[in-house]
Design a protein around this ligand. Structure first.
Ligand code: MBD
Ligand code: FE
Length: 282
């Protein structure tokens, strides 16, 4: 094992995720004070109810204060929010979708990965460990007509569960690529299968999970963002049938439509799987 080269820490990946979020373009509109007051008031009322129901003590209140301060100091807010809150925001946002099913984006997306036409040999190390995977499909409208000029962005962890640009010692764009489709809407990625992802156990979020008596794991997954002119973009993840934690994701982001059933490749080397993305109108 070469884990000494990239021995990620909660602080390291947390600070990288916080810096990445700071670079993200976000919508800023006029504040609706009535709506803000209702949401903030209800959020605080939900916490008040927890304090009363569990008769929370001053020692527990101080533990919470210290923990909140630690999460901020170590940059783990993106991790915490995306693991424990984003799945409900995503459900609300995408409730009316008819096409490809979405799920949470998570903290490790980076725009601008190396771009390919129709087929990508996903950037990876010469000796990249992991089972080879050919992952292909078609981007269509809701009637199954292929979409020309769609963009399929893929990012995923390596065979040790680490993401480039968030864990140290991994080449910048490792296991990140985007494909622009042609007239047939087809895309094909040659990559390796990721390992399950473990929330860092040496940080504040890991401490919360351990204190609660939970496990810190997400099932192995591929992240995707698919966009096309005139269509609603979809952000999603795909999982592997029978994989560890598929039925028990700490981030609660698995949906039945998102489970892949890869087969052995004809060559006998690695796996093959097909998945199509029918995109809703914008
Ligand atoms: C991940 O890899 C991830 O996908 C999410 C949602 C949260 C933490 C790490
Ligand atoms: Fe992930």
């Amino acid at each position: 094992m070469t884990t000494t080269e990239h021995n990620p820490t909660a602080v390291g990946s947390g600070q990288n995720a916080t810096a990445s979020f700071a670079r993200k373009e976000r919508q800023a509109g006029p504040v609706d004070h009535e709506r803000a007051g209702a949401i903030i008031g209800d959020a605080l009322a939900a916490l008040h109810e927890v304090v009363r129901r569990h008769q929370v003590t001053y020692a527990e209140y101080d533990a919470l204060k210290g923990w909140l301060i630690d999460v901020g100091r170590t940059g783990e807010w993106p991790l915490f929010l995306d693991v424990f809150l984003e799945h409900v925001v995503e459900q609300v946002a995408n409730a009316d979708r008819k096409g490809a099913v979405g799920t949470i984006e998570g903290p490790y997306y980076i725009p601008g990965a190396p771009e390919f036409a129709a087929e990508a040999d996903v950037p990876r190390r010469a000796d990249e460990p992991g089972t080879p995977l050919l992952f292909e499909g078609t981007v269509t409208d809701l009637d199954g007509n292929p979409l020309d000029g769609a963009l399929v962005e893929l990012w995923h962890a390596d065979d040790a569960g680490y993401y480039s640009q968030f864990a140290p010692g991994i080449p910048e764009w490792n296991l990140r690529a985007q494909i622009r489709t042609g007239e047939d809407g087809h895309y094909a990625f040659r990559t390796i299968q990721p390992a399950p992802y473990q929330i860092p156990t040496d940080g504040a979020v890991g401490a919360m999970v351990a204190t609660a008596g939970w496990h810190p794991w997400r099932p192995a997954h591929l992240h995707l963002k698919v966009t096309a002119p005139g269509r609603a973009p979809v952000t999603t993840q795909l999982y592997f049938a029978g994989g560890e934690y598929v039925a028990d994701d700490v981030a609660q982001a698995v949906k039945p439509e998102l489970i892949l059933h890869p087969t052995k490749s004809d060559s006998g080397e690695g796996n093959h799987v097909t998945y199509d993305f029918p995109l809703d109108p914008a």
